[in-house]
Unconditional design. Structure first.
Length: 254
């Protein structure tokens, strides 16, 4: 937030407040000096990623780009929209990418990018390790290695295992697959935080002029019990505080 206060003597005070802390109080006596100083300060905050008019999604974008994680897009060869998204991410150098498919299925700008790793399921060098881990995680089903290989030929299951094995920090899926087919492998293989009984979904409702709202478990758990509701609320408050960087106020709705 930036405020300019002018008194009767035409003396200007520039107050710059970021993250609820007043970090600059600048006194200037002439309008020309004030405008010059204001432009300089705004430029410096732009450098630091503190965009005065930036909404929450833009702020998350800046923070995510600075961390430069590795994101898996398993549907790149299955949906044209995902392939276009890959091209945009490569052009922006937003993050490292992992995509699933054969090298010849990708355009030059993707397959020649140092930020993209293309994994062919049929040639994956850690497949034996993946099969062993998959069978262990799904041991109640008593899968054979042949059955496990058939399941892992599906990019949704293969992708979930890549995340579980540390090949990527996260996965974006749901353009080609239905919500149920996209979520099922993650719930079966990656699962939730240790000690937590329930995994929920969330929706960020943002507006340029009001605090962002985080709606927890908008579609995943149909009839949660008291313990699950408490876990969902705690997870939402934790996400809001650590990711959105604001103190949460939790309300239950029905």
């Amino acid at each position: 937030m930036t405020k300019c206060v002018v008194n009767r003597k035409c003396t200007y005070w520039l107050l710059v407040k970021i993250n609820a802390q007043l970090i600059h109080i600048v006194y200037v006596s002439r309008r020309k000096d004030f405008l010059k100083r204001l432009c300089f300060l705004l430029y410096k905050y732009m450098e630091l990623g503190y965009y005065i008019t930036m909404d929450i999604i833009d702020k998350l974008y800046v923070r995510a780009k600075a961390k430069r994680g590795t994101i898996l897009l398993p549907e790149a060869v299955l949906d044209e929209r995902v392939m276009k998204a890959c091209k945009m991410i490569v052009a922006d150098a937003f993050c490292n990418l992992v995509v699933i498919g054969q090298r010849e299925q990708f355009p030059v700008e993707i397959k020649n990018s140092p930020y993209v790793k293309i994994i062919d399921i049929a040639k994956y060098p850690r497949m034996d390790e993946m099969v062993d881990l998959f069978i262990e995680k799904r041991k109640k089903n008593n899968y054979t290695r042949e059955q496990a290989l058939d399941i892992l030929a599906d990019p949704s299951y293969f992708g979930a295992m890549l995340v579980e094995m540390g090949e990527a920090d996260g996965m974006v899926i749901g353009a080609h697959y239905t919500s149920a087919d996209a979520l099922r492998p993650a719930l079966q293989l990656i699962k939730g935080k240790k000690g937590q009984r329930v995994v929920g979904s969330m929706l960020i409702d943002r507006d340029d002029f009001v605090e962002p709202y985080l709606y927890m478990d908008v579609s995943l758990n149909e009839n949660p019990d008291q313990q699950q509701l408490a876990e969902i609320a705690i997870a939402g408050a934790d996400f809001y505080y650590n990711v959105i960087n604001r103190d949460p106020k939790v309300a239950f709705m029905s």
